[in-house]
Design a protein around this ligand. Structure first.
Ligand code: AMP
Ligand code: ZN
Length: 113
């Protein structure tokens, strides 16, 4: 846990979130400022910021997170498709320094830089 990290605080239950799924290593909750009809944040509970910090253990955790996203998308009925996004660093607009995957869907999605 990183003391100043808002997602670590959500994982620790110190800040409320609208949770969709939780197990011992993954938390999925609604984004507070949704940019699509469905906008979930899929957060491995372990704190690290970047894909460049991924170890084999973390790679396996990210794999399980992706697998869970597939299941959740199915449960939500996102048959028409959805998007998974990982913002990395300043140019990509990463605002929370705890690696997370955005799940966007529920409507057609534009594709812009
Ligand atoms: P990123 O810009 O990729 O780092 O994504 C961070 C996301 O976290 C943004 O889409 C924010 O809207 C979202 N966010 C920030 N604080 C909270 C919070 N307390 N609860 C839910 N989502 C949050
Ligand atoms: Zn964190």
């Amino acid at each position: 846990m990183e003391n100043s990290c808002i997602f670590c605080k959500i994982v620790a239950g110190e800040i409320p979130a609208s949770k969709v799924y939780e197990d011992d290593e993954i938390l999925i909750f609604s984004d507070i400022h949704p940019i699509a009809k469905i906008h979930l944040l899929c957060v491995p509970k372990e704190h690290f910021r970047l894909l460049s910090e991924v170890t084999p253990k973390r790679a396996a955790l990210l794999g399980r997170t992706m697998q869970k996203i597939g299941r959740i998308a199915e449960d939500l009925g996102l048959k028409e498709g959805y998007r998974v996004v990982i913002n990395q660093g300043e140019n990509a607009g990463q605002t929370v320094p705890h690696l997370h995957l955005h799940l966007l869907g529920g409507e057609p999605l534009g594709w812009e830089k």
